[in-house]
Design a binder for this molecule. Structure first.
Ligand code: PLP
Length: 394
């Protein structure tokens, strides 16, 4: 049987591959600490669950409009307007099953075969995968540790060609935890406008910030919404990964193409889930604040712990919930390090190269796990490296 060339260009995600390996080891009786997962380990706040149950019980179990339940679009528009400091109308707002479909739909609607798309590297794997799937060319912008994993604007500028159609930005970033500052966004927008580029701004970690860090959105820049998909969602902020709820603002004409893509693909996002989302966005936010406070404590533990291990250095991530340490001092490649930790230490983590070639020399640890487990993982990592050092010295 034959398969399309297109489908063979789609890539999987490292996290799923490692999860499968880790589960297999667990099945054989090995104890595994899961630091590969990109999802909060907290439960969805009760008020959100209650709202969805109530919706289900009151008959919200039928198809919703493809664009989303009108009240959910209103709530998302209200939330985006408030958090980005601009006016977003419900007509500009689309609800989808997770934030991820905005990447697929956005690239499908805007990137022609042969077009180039500038993507962060290391960066979230679906960006480059989906661009390749539609016949486009992902062009990597190297996010460097010495620049706090921000865009280096002169490098960004040098990557723009007449074929460039889109730039994808992600702040706070996965896997680096880096944040784009307003001056970065202004420079990106300046170039986007000059070269008539679309901007896909993945803002799924917009509430996951530490200390006095502030979140900036390119959507806040006057005029930017003419060429921007500003995407966010419920998965991370409200611990709702399994609910599949994302929302985005975009130009009205583009939103109409998104509805058509939805109609041809999944019809609609789950109706009663969207009632949970309305409660999440409009209801009390104390559960989110509590989660961030807990992530802040875990961040201290994991970053201090990693920096205390010989061969590893780790900058403090400014946002999201990933540590992205430099492991070059261990003498291992990223993949060797990740394999060794899983097989010998029982610590599941991701090689930086799962996020592109510029992730070499780094590992992504998710700290969506308890402090107790993080401490145990740190002990195991340290022991595995010490054992390896002793055996190499023999
Ligand atoms: N964008 C980034 C940068 C992510 O890290 C993730 C999930 O890991 C997503 C989008 C997808 O979010 P969702 O689960 O809402 O589809």
């Amino acid at each position: 049987m034959q398969y399309t060339e297109r489908i063979q260009k789609l890539e999987s995600e490292g996290a799923y591959v490692v999860l499968a390996k880790a589960k297999e080891l667990e099945r054989k009786g090995k104890s595994i600490i899961h630091l590969q997962i990109g999802e909060p380990d907290f439960d969805t706040p009760k008020n959100i669950i209650d709202a969805a149950i109530k919706a289900m019980q009151s008959g919200q179990t039928h198809y919703a409009p493809s664009a989303g339940v009108p009240e959910a679009r209103e709530a998302a528009a209200e939330y985006l307007s408030k958090t980005r400091g601009i006016t977003i109308t419900p007509e500009q707002t689309v609800i989808m099953p997770g934030a991820k479909p905005f990447i697929y739909c956005g690239v499908t609607a805007l990137v022609n075969e042969g077009d180039e798309v500038i993507v962060p590297n290391p960066g979230y794997p679906p960006y480059r995968s989906v661009v390749k799937f539609v016949g486009g060319k992902p062009v990597s912008l190297h996010l460097r540790e010495e620049s706090d994993f921000r865009f280096k604007i002169d490098e960004f500028r040098s990557l723009i060609t007449p074929k460039t159609k889109m730039v994808i930005i992600n702040s706070p970033g996965n896997p680096t935890g880096g944040i784009l500052q307003m001056e970065d966004l202004e420079a990106i927008y300046f170039e986007a406008k000059k070269h008539d580029l679309w901007v896909l701004s993945d803002e799924i970690y917009s509430r996951m910030l530490y200390g006095d860090q502030k979140f900036y959105s390119i959507a806040s820049i006057p005029g930017a919404m003419e060429r921007t998909i500003c995407m966010d969602g419920m998965s991370k902020t409200y611990a709702m990964t399994g609910w599949r709820l994302g929302f985005a603002a975009m130009p009205k004409k583009l939103a109409e193409y998104f509805f058509t893509l939805a109609i041809n693909n999944f019809s609609t996002t789950t109706t009663f889930s969207q009632w949970g989302m309305i409660e999440g966005l409009r209801g009390p936010q104390d559960a989110v604040d509590k989660m961030i406070a807990e992530f802040t404590k875990r961040r201290e533990v994991i970053i201090n712990g990693l920096n205390a291990i010989e061969g590893i250095t780790c900058k403090k991530p400014l946002g999201a919930f990933y540590a992205f340490p430099n492991i070059t001092g261990t003498g291992l490649t990223s993949q060797e390090f990740a394999d060794l930790m899983l097989e010998e230490g029982g610590v599941a983590c991701l090689s930086g190269t799962a996020f592109g070639e510029y992730g070499e020399g780094y590992i992504r640890f998710s700290y969506a796990n308890s402090i107790e487990n993080i401490n145990e993982a740190l002990k195991r990592i340290s022991n595995v490296l010490a054992k390896r050092k002793a055996s190499v010295a023999k």
